[in-house]
Write a protein of this length. Structure first.
Length: 218
């Protein structure tokens, strides 16, 4: 599937406000669950920027609203509103121009992007949510939209995610560009969960032909 075709699918927008449910199985990382299950599960680190991007690909503004990842191959029904790792706490009104950091304790394995919601606005009154789910992102059982891997006992950083306005309002995966920035990022995570063994953390970006470019930290 071409990039242009994927954007066309994502941009099949119904302009009506839509509620979003939460059914995530992964847990936010805490000292307690890391001490209990950190050796048999994996830790995923990522950051998401939820603020509106103005003058975005012909729209007044656009905002990332939801990201979902399924263990691959996914066993969830196509219309399941949840995901095995779900991020859906974007503010409805007040947003801040910054990346919010997240850490999750997850089952080890390969994860594929399975849900993507982007709010778009042509005006204050003309607002909708563009949704791409499993029927698009996991079409015919292929994880072509992107994947990441995490093993038991691993701590993996998969990237910084934000809205992109290149052709249509879409997703883009950014990344920390040097070792110093990565170490500072890990230090911030360890402040929240002092037991986290960041010395073993891996820089292992979410890989996608559509939503980010390959990069290896040296």
């Amino acid at each position: 599937m071409s990039l242009k075709h994927l954007f066309r699918l994502i941009s099949a927008i119904s302009f009506s406000l839509t509620s979003i449910g939460t059914m995530a199985q992964s847990l936010p990382l805490t000292s307690e669950n890391y001490m209990q299950d950190g050796a048999k599960k994996g830790v995923v680190l990522l950051s998401v920027r939820w603020d509106r991007k103005w003058k975005c690909a012909g729209f007044e503004n656009a905002q990332l609203r939801l990201l979902g990842f399924d263990l691959f191959p996914s066993t969830r029904p196509v219309d399941d509103e949840g995901a095995d790792l779900l991020l859906d706490d974007a503010p409805l009104l007040l947003t801040k121009p910054r990346f919010d950091d997240y850490a999750f304790l997850v089952e080890p394995g390969q994860y594929a992007l399975s849900k993507l919601h982007i709010k778009v606005a042509r005006s204050v009154r003309d607002v909708g949510i563009a949704k791409a789910g499993r029927e698009v992102l996991l079409k015919e059982g292929s994880a072509f939209a992107g994947t990441f891997n995490v093993g038991a006992g691993e701590v993996v950083y998969i990237g910084h995610f934000y809205i992109d306005c290149a052709e249509e309002p879409g997703l883009w995966r950014y990344y920390l560009k040097d070792r110093e920035s990565f170490n500072e990022y890990l230090a911030d995570q360890k402040k929240k969960v002092p037991e986290l063994d960041t010395s073993k953390a891996s820089f292992r970006l979410f890989k996608s032909s559509f939503f980010g470019k390959d990069f290896e930290l040296r």
